[in-house]
Design a protein around this ligand. Structure first.
Ligand SMILES: [Mg+2]
Length: 186
């Protein structure tokens, strides 16, 4: 399956950053991105924490100030996703089942069916965020996983597949791999 998907370049993120704070959002705006979709667990907040940090509030303030329409797209359950999204004041999709398209389509509908080229998805996992985002033809930025210890079994499988994807990228497309600094991906 991974081999088949590789042909379609579904595992090629458009950029790689250490954290969401390292993304240049004014540049994204200048590049005509208008909608930001964010993974929740281990992208915005460690999977085992519930309270947004001060930095996170500032982060969402910046996105809104620039003018982005912002969504949280999470595979996690309603309670956790809703509580976080309400606190930072953005819309959300829970049980999104990334990399399937259904959850993304819910957000797309909320956003009034925008051109996918104006959407940027930011997440920490290749198997859910990068694959799902590229299938939707979004701009995709992959970030480091905030906290890996004690992850759930399905996240561990996803991470195992991610290691395979990364080693395959390194082999088949070393220029891309090193240009993106993917050797640093945690
Ligand atoms: Mg995540």
């Amino acid at each position: 399956m991974i081999e088949l998907l590789f042909k379609k370049k579904y595992f090629y993120p458009d950029d790689y950053k250490k954290t969401v704070y390292d993304v240049d959002f004014r540049k994204l705006w200048a590049e005509n991105i208008r909608i930001i979709m964010l993974d929740l667990d281990n992208t915005l907040i460690p999977y085992d924490e519930t309270e947004p940090s001060e930095n996170i509030f500032g982060f969402f303030d910046l996105l809104k100030e620039i003018g982005f329409d912002v969504y949280i797209i999470s595979n996690n359950q309603k309670g956790r996703v809703k509580a976080f999204a309400k606190q930072v004041g953005v819309r959300y999709v829970y049980s999104a089942r990334k990399p399937y398209k259904l959850g993304f389509k819910r957000a797309i509908k909320y956003a009034n069916y925008p051109d996918p080229k104006t959407v940027c998805l930011i997440g920490d996992q290749f198997m859910t965020d990068v694959l799902g985002g590229k299938r939707m033809e979004f701009d995709v930025i992959v970030v480091d996983t905030l906290k890996r210890k004690g992850e759930k079994w399905f996240t561990k499988i996803s991470k195992y597949l991610e290691r395979r994807i990364l080693s395959r990228l390194k082999k088949t497309d070393p220029d891309f791999y090193y240009r993106m600094k993917l050797d640093e991906k945690r």
